[in-house]
Design a protein around this ligand. Structure first.
Ligand SMILES: Nc1ncnc2c1ncn2[C@@H]1O[C@H](COP(=O)(O)OP(=O)(O)OP(=O)(O)O)[C@@H](O)[C@H]1O
Length: 279
Protein backbone atom coordinates (compact mmCIF):
# COMPACT_ATOMS: atom_id res chain seq x y z
CA UNK A 1 0.00 0.00 0.00
CA UNK A 2 1.22 3.54 -0.77
CA UNK A 3 0.88 6.62 1.39
CA UNK A 4 -1.43 9.35 0.16
CA UNK A 5 0.57 12.39 -0.83
CA UNK A 6 -1.76 15.29 -1.44
CA UNK A 7 0.47 18.34 -1.41
CA UNK A 8 -1.97 21.24 -1.95
CA UNK A 9 -3.06 23.59 0.84
CA UNK A 10 -6.71 22.67 1.30
CA UNK A 11 -8.13 19.21 1.87
CA UNK A 12 -11.78 18.74 0.91
CA UNK A 13 -11.92 15.13 2.12
CA UNK A 14 -9.85 13.13 4.59
CA UNK A 15 -10.45 9.38 4.81
CA UNK A 16 -8.65 8.01 7.85
CA UNK A 17 -8.16 4.29 8.54
CA UNK A 18 -11.65 3.40 7.31
CA UNK A 19 -12.69 -0.25 7.56
CA UNK A 20 -15.95 -1.94 6.63
CA UNK A 21 -17.14 -5.56 6.74
CA UNK A 22 -20.30 -7.12 5.42
CA UNK A 23 -20.76 -10.21 7.59
CA UNK A 24 -17.47 -12.09 7.50
CA UNK A 25 -16.30 -10.30 4.36
CA UNK A 26 -13.97 -7.34 4.86
CA UNK A 27 -14.74 -4.94 2.01
CA UNK A 28 -12.39 -2.12 3.17
CA UNK A 29 -9.21 -2.65 5.18
CA UNK A 30 -8.04 0.49 6.96
CA UNK A 31 -8.16 2.77 3.93
CA UNK A 32 -6.62 6.25 4.18
CA UNK A 33 -6.24 9.08 1.69
CA UNK A 34 -6.88 12.80 1.25
CA UNK A 35 -8.63 14.61 -1.58
CA UNK A 36 -7.73 18.22 -2.27
CA UNK A 37 -10.19 21.02 -2.72
CA UNK A 38 -10.94 21.47 -6.47
CA UNK A 39 -9.41 18.12 -7.39
CA UNK A 40 -10.81 15.71 -9.96
CA UNK A 41 -10.08 12.56 -7.96
CA UNK A 42 -10.84 9.06 -9.25
CA UNK A 43 -11.25 5.81 -7.35
CA UNK A 44 -10.31 3.12 -9.85
CA UNK A 45 -10.48 -0.61 -9.36
CA UNK A 46 -11.99 -3.89 -10.48
CA UNK A 47 -15.47 -5.00 -9.52
CA UNK A 48 -15.80 -5.71 -5.81
CA UNK A 49 -12.74 -3.72 -4.71
CA UNK A 50 -14.83 -1.47 -2.45
CA UNK A 51 -15.01 1.76 -4.45
CA UNK A 52 -18.81 2.12 -4.34
CA UNK A 53 -18.80 1.37 -0.61
CA UNK A 54 -16.30 4.21 -0.11
CA UNK A 55 -18.36 6.58 -2.23
CA UNK A 56 -21.51 5.71 -0.27
CA UNK A 57 -19.63 6.51 2.92
CA UNK A 58 -18.64 9.94 1.60
CA UNK A 59 -22.31 10.54 0.73
CA UNK A 60 -23.46 9.30 4.13
CA UNK A 61 -25.47 6.30 2.90
CA UNK A 62 -23.08 3.87 4.62
CA UNK A 63 -21.10 4.10 7.88
CA UNK A 64 -17.59 2.76 8.48
CA UNK A 65 -17.05 0.14 11.19
CA UNK A 66 -13.87 1.97 12.17
CA UNK A 67 -12.02 5.10 11.13
CA UNK A 68 -13.16 8.61 10.36
CA UNK A 69 -14.16 10.77 7.40
CA UNK A 70 -13.68 14.54 7.38
CA UNK A 71 -15.28 16.93 4.91
CA UNK A 72 -13.56 20.29 4.91
CA UNK A 73 -12.00 19.48 8.25
CA UNK A 74 -15.26 18.40 9.94
CA UNK A 75 -15.96 14.81 11.06
CA UNK A 76 -19.10 13.67 9.20
CA UNK A 77 -19.56 9.98 10.06
CA UNK A 78 -22.55 10.78 12.29
CA UNK A 79 -24.01 13.42 9.92
CA UNK A 80 -26.89 12.23 7.66
CA UNK A 81 -26.63 12.60 3.86
CA UNK A 82 -28.99 15.59 3.50
CA UNK A 83 -26.93 17.60 5.99
CA UNK A 84 -23.66 17.13 4.08
CA UNK A 85 -22.89 19.50 1.21
CA UNK A 86 -22.29 16.48 -0.99
CA UNK A 87 -24.35 15.39 -4.01
CA UNK A 88 -24.20 12.21 -6.06
CA UNK A 89 -24.67 11.47 -9.76
CA UNK A 90 -25.62 7.86 -10.38
CA UNK A 91 -25.10 5.66 -13.42
CA UNK A 92 -28.89 5.27 -13.67
CA UNK A 93 -29.46 9.09 -13.68
CA UNK A 94 -32.27 8.76 -11.08
CA UNK A 95 -34.33 11.59 -12.60
CA UNK A 96 -37.98 12.07 -11.60
CA UNK A 97 -39.93 10.83 -14.66
CA UNK A 98 -43.11 12.84 -14.01
CA UNK A 99 -41.26 16.18 -13.77
CA UNK A 100 -39.97 18.40 -16.55
CA UNK A 101 -36.23 18.94 -16.78
CA UNK A 102 -36.43 22.34 -15.11
CA UNK A 103 -38.54 20.87 -12.30
CA UNK A 104 -35.96 18.12 -11.86
CA UNK A 105 -33.17 20.68 -11.50
CA UNK A 106 -35.28 22.91 -9.20
CA UNK A 107 -36.32 20.09 -6.87
CA UNK A 108 -33.28 20.10 -4.57
CA UNK A 109 -33.27 23.90 -4.37
CA UNK A 110 -36.93 23.94 -3.28
CA UNK A 111 -36.13 21.40 -0.57
CA UNK A 112 -33.34 23.66 0.63
CA UNK A 113 -35.86 26.51 0.92
CA UNK A 114 -34.39 28.74 -1.80
CA UNK A 115 -36.61 31.65 -2.81
CA UNK A 116 -38.49 31.19 -6.14
CA UNK A 117 -36.71 33.96 -8.07
CA UNK A 118 -33.29 32.59 -7.08
CA UNK A 119 -34.36 29.07 -8.05
CA UNK A 120 -35.51 30.24 -11.50
CA UNK A 121 -32.19 32.00 -12.16
CA UNK A 122 -30.11 29.08 -10.94
CA UNK A 123 -32.10 26.49 -12.94
CA UNK A 124 -31.68 28.60 -16.10
CA UNK A 125 -27.93 28.91 -15.48
CA UNK A 126 -27.50 25.19 -14.88
CA UNK A 127 -29.51 24.15 -17.96
CA UNK A 128 -27.41 26.50 -20.09
CA UNK A 129 -24.21 25.16 -18.57
CA UNK A 130 -25.06 21.62 -19.68
CA UNK A 131 -26.41 22.83 -23.05
CA UNK A 132 -29.99 21.79 -22.28
CA UNK A 133 -31.69 25.21 -22.08
CA UNK A 134 -33.95 24.75 -25.14
CA UNK A 135 -35.31 21.46 -23.78
CA UNK A 136 -36.26 22.76 -20.31
CA UNK A 137 -39.94 21.79 -20.63
CA UNK A 138 -39.34 18.24 -21.80
CA UNK A 139 -39.61 15.19 -19.57
CA UNK A 140 -36.76 12.68 -19.04
CA UNK A 141 -38.42 10.03 -21.26
CA UNK A 142 -38.00 12.40 -24.23
CA UNK A 143 -34.21 12.52 -23.85
CA UNK A 144 -31.25 10.41 -24.95
CA UNK A 145 -28.99 8.79 -22.35
CA UNK A 146 -26.36 11.51 -22.68
CA UNK A 147 -28.97 14.25 -22.29
CA UNK A 148 -30.38 12.57 -19.17
CA UNK A 149 -26.89 12.41 -17.71
CA UNK A 150 -26.46 16.15 -18.36
CA UNK A 151 -29.69 16.88 -16.47
CA UNK A 152 -28.55 14.64 -13.60
CA UNK A 153 -25.32 16.68 -13.48
CA UNK A 154 -27.20 19.99 -13.57
CA UNK A 155 -29.48 18.84 -10.75
CA UNK A 156 -26.57 17.66 -8.60
CA UNK A 157 -24.51 20.83 -9.15
CA UNK A 158 -27.38 23.33 -8.78
CA UNK A 159 -27.19 23.66 -4.95
CA UNK A 160 -23.43 24.35 -5.17
CA UNK A 161 -22.25 21.30 -3.23
CA UNK A 162 -18.72 21.25 -1.84
CA UNK A 163 -18.21 17.79 -3.29
CA UNK A 164 -19.78 15.97 -6.25
CA UNK A 165 -19.65 12.17 -6.18
CA UNK A 166 -19.96 10.40 -9.53
CA UNK A 167 -20.69 6.68 -9.47
CA UNK A 168 -19.74 5.23 -12.88
CA UNK A 169 -21.80 7.97 -14.54
CA UNK A 170 -20.68 7.20 -18.09
CA UNK A 171 -20.95 3.44 -18.19
CA UNK A 172 -24.48 3.36 -19.64
CA UNK A 173 -23.47 5.54 -22.60
CA UNK A 174 -22.13 4.39 -25.95
CA UNK A 175 -18.43 4.75 -26.71
CA UNK A 176 -18.57 7.98 -28.72
CA UNK A 177 -20.82 9.74 -26.26
CA UNK A 178 -18.68 8.55 -23.37
CA UNK A 179 -15.66 10.28 -24.89
CA UNK A 180 -17.59 13.53 -25.38
CA UNK A 181 -18.98 13.40 -21.83
CA UNK A 182 -15.47 12.92 -20.41
CA UNK A 183 -14.48 16.26 -21.87
CA UNK A 184 -17.68 17.89 -20.64
CA UNK A 185 -17.20 16.54 -17.12
CA UNK A 186 -13.65 17.81 -16.99
CA UNK A 187 -14.74 21.24 -18.20
CA UNK A 188 -17.60 21.34 -15.69
CA UNK A 189 -15.21 20.49 -12.87
CA UNK A 190 -12.72 23.17 -13.90
CA UNK A 191 -15.42 25.83 -14.40
CA UNK A 192 -17.24 25.18 -11.14
CA UNK A 193 -14.14 24.50 -9.01
CA UNK A 194 -16.12 21.83 -7.12
CA UNK A 195 -14.25 18.75 -5.88
CA UNK A 196 -15.24 15.77 -8.04
CA UNK A 197 -14.86 12.21 -6.76
CA UNK A 198 -15.32 9.84 -9.66
CA UNK A 199 -15.69 6.07 -9.42
CA UNK A 200 -14.88 3.82 -12.34
CA UNK A 201 -13.43 0.47 -13.34
CA UNK A 202 -12.39 1.95 -16.70
CA UNK A 203 -8.64 2.63 -16.72
CA UNK A 204 -8.70 4.85 -19.80
CA UNK A 205 -11.44 7.02 -18.35
CA UNK A 206 -9.48 7.45 -15.12
CA UNK A 207 -6.19 8.25 -16.86
CA UNK A 208 -7.88 10.70 -19.21
CA UNK A 209 -9.82 12.80 -16.73
CA UNK A 210 -8.24 12.75 -13.28
CA UNK A 211 -5.88 15.03 -11.41
CA UNK A 212 -5.10 12.05 -9.17
CA UNK A 213 -6.18 8.43 -9.05
CA UNK A 214 -6.48 6.00 -6.14
CA UNK A 215 -6.15 2.44 -7.41
CA UNK A 216 -8.13 0.12 -5.12
CA UNK A 217 -7.68 -3.62 -4.96
CA UNK A 218 -8.75 -6.17 -2.38
CA UNK A 219 -10.29 -3.50 -0.14
CA UNK A 220 -7.00 -1.56 0.07
CA UNK A 221 -5.46 1.48 -1.59
CA UNK A 222 -2.77 0.02 -3.81
CA UNK A 223 -1.43 3.31 -5.12
CA UNK A 224 -2.34 6.98 -5.26
CA UNK A 225 -0.84 9.33 -7.80
CA UNK A 226 -1.25 11.38 -10.93
CA UNK A 227 -2.23 9.49 -14.09
CA UNK A 228 1.41 9.65 -15.26
CA UNK A 229 2.73 8.23 -11.96
CA UNK A 230 0.17 5.44 -11.91
CA UNK A 231 0.77 4.53 -15.54
CA UNK A 232 4.51 4.91 -15.72
CA UNK A 233 5.53 3.90 -12.20
CA UNK A 234 3.13 1.33 -10.84
CA UNK A 235 4.27 0.33 -7.35
CA UNK A 236 3.29 -3.32 -7.57
CA UNK A 237 2.17 -6.01 -9.92
CA UNK A 238 -1.54 -5.44 -9.20
CA UNK A 239 -1.40 -1.81 -10.37
CA UNK A 240 0.83 -2.60 -13.35
CA UNK A 241 -1.52 -5.37 -14.41
CA UNK A 242 -4.77 -3.47 -13.86
CA UNK A 243 -3.75 -0.10 -15.29
CA UNK A 244 -1.18 -0.70 -17.98
CA UNK A 245 -0.74 -2.90 -20.99
CA UNK A 246 2.00 -5.02 -19.53
CA UNK A 247 4.07 -8.04 -20.32
CA UNK A 248 5.39 -9.88 -17.29
CA UNK A 249 8.62 -11.69 -17.97
CA UNK A 250 10.36 -14.30 -15.87
CA UNK A 251 13.94 -13.14 -15.62
CA UNK A 252 17.24 -14.33 -14.21
CA UNK A 253 18.66 -11.52 -12.11
CA UNK A 254 22.30 -10.52 -12.59
CA UNK A 255 24.10 -7.77 -10.74
CA UNK A 256 25.61 -4.80 -12.54
CA UNK A 257 28.89 -6.63 -13.18
CA UNK A 258 27.04 -9.41 -14.97
CA UNK A 259 27.69 -12.04 -12.33
CA UNK A 260 24.86 -14.20 -11.03
CA UNK A 261 23.25 -12.80 -7.88
CA UNK A 262 23.86 -14.78 -4.72
CA UNK A 263 22.21 -14.64 -1.36
CA UNK A 264 25.50 -13.33 0.04
CA UNK A 265 25.25 -10.34 -2.25
CA UNK A 266 21.57 -9.38 -2.63
CA UNK A 267 20.47 -6.99 -5.34
CA UNK A 268 18.45 -3.84 -4.64
CA UNK A 269 15.52 -2.78 -6.80
CA UNK A 270 13.92 0.66 -6.88
CA UNK A 271 10.41 -0.68 -6.27
CA UNK A 272 8.77 -4.09 -5.83
CA UNK A 273 7.68 -4.16 -9.43
CA UNK A 274 8.46 -1.51 -11.95
CA UNK A 275 7.11 -2.00 -15.43
CA UNK A 276 8.20 0.38 -18.13
CA UNK A 277 4.95 1.36 -19.80
CA UNK A 278 4.25 3.16 -23.04
CA UNK A 279 1.04 4.92 -23.92
N1 LIG B 1 -24.78 -4.24 1.53
C1 LIG B 1 -23.92 -5.20 1.29
N2 LIG B 1 -24.05 -6.42 1.83
C2 LIG B 1 -23.15 -7.40 1.62
N3 LIG B 1 -22.02 -7.26 0.88
C3 LIG B 1 -21.84 -6.06 0.29
C4 LIG B 1 -22.76 -4.97 0.47
N4 LIG B 1 -22.26 -3.90 -0.22
C5 LIG B 1 -21.12 -4.31 -0.79
N5 LIG B 1 -20.85 -5.59 -0.48
C6 LIG B 1 -19.67 -6.37 -0.92
O1 LIG B 1 -18.51 -5.58 -0.63
C7 LIG B 1 -17.58 -5.67 -1.71
C8 LIG B 1 -17.29 -4.30 -2.25
O2 LIG B 1 -18.46 -3.82 -2.89
P1 LIG B 1 -18.50 -2.46 -3.72
O3 LIG B 1 -19.88 -2.29 -4.27
O4 LIG B 1 -17.97 -1.37 -2.90
O5 LIG B 1 -17.47 -2.79 -4.88
P2 LIG B 1 -17.16 -2.02 -6.22
O6 LIG B 1 -15.69 -1.92 -6.29
O7 LIG B 1 -17.91 -0.75 -6.27
O8 LIG B 1 -17.68 -3.01 -7.32
P3 LIG B 1 -18.59 -2.76 -8.63
O9 LIG B 1 -17.73 -2.02 -9.60
O10 LIG B 1 -18.94 -4.14 -9.09
O11 LIG B 1 -19.78 -1.96 -8.17
C9 LIG B 1 -18.19 -6.62 -2.73
O12 LIG B 1 -17.64 -7.90 -2.54
C10 LIG B 1 -19.68 -6.60 -2.41
O13 LIG B 1 -20.29 -7.82 -2.73
Amino acid sequence: MTEPHFTGDKRAIEVKSVSKSFGAYQALKSVSFDIGSNEFFTMLGPSGCGKTTLLRMLAGFESPDAGSILLNGKEVVAIPPHKRRVNTVFQSYALFPHMTLEQNVAYGLENLGWEQGRIKTRVGEMLERVHMGPMARRKPAQLSGGQRQRIALARALAPEPEVLLLDEPLSALDLKLRQAMRDELRTLQRDTGITFVFVTHDQEEALDMSDRIAVLGGGEVQQIGTPAEIYEEPVNRFVADFVGETNFLDVEVLDTTGREATSARPLAFPSPCRQPAQR
